[in-house]
Write a protein that binds this ligand. Structure first.
Ligand code: NI
Length: 147
């Protein structure tokens, strides 16, 4: 899990610079598709929600934590990322949230990576699985932004 955390830490340095060099952040190919700015907003939502999931798993006193899905389109809509945020401000939010995640994960003892949680489809997984899922999701959307 050290490699995953290191990858995220490297992103904290590279992603802001790379996004600042893009000029098409607000372009919407069609009205129903997210712009790159909205994808970045979605990544802030994902960081926020997953940080809370990781904290819940690490601090539960009652056993397995249940992971609920979230309505990603609705979250992008209520924040109105396309109009209400400057890209620079979204970058600050994204870096802040992921800085908190990196520092949390850096201090997780080896055995706690095996802590369980239960997905909405009742599948039983571990904190390690969930963190990998978070990074894979992030990679997927960064590829979209930098394509
Ligand atoms: Ni997504």
């Amino acid at each position: 899990m050290i490699s995953t955390t290191t990858q995220l830490e490297n992103y904290l340095l590279s992603v802001p610079q790379n996004i600042k060099s893009l000029s098409n952040m607000e372009f919407k190919p069609i009205q129903t598709k997210w712009s790159k700015k909205e994808i970045l907003g979605h990544l802030c939502d994902s960081a926020n929600i997953n940080h809370q999931r990781f904290v819940d798993i690490l601090t539960t006193t009652t056993g397995s934590v249940s992971i609920n899905n979230y309505n990603q389109d609705l979250l992008v809509k209520v924040h109105d990322y396309q109009h209400s945020f400057k890209t620079g401000d979204l970058i600050i939010v994204w870096v802040g949230l992921n800085t908190q995640i990196v520092n949390l994960l850096k201090h997780v003892p080896k055995q706690q990576w095996e802590l369980p949680c239960i997905l909405e489809n009742k599948q039983r997984v571990t904190l390690e699985w969930l963190v990998n899922d978070y990074i894979n999701h992030l990679n997927h959307h960064l590829e979209q932004i930098f394509s």
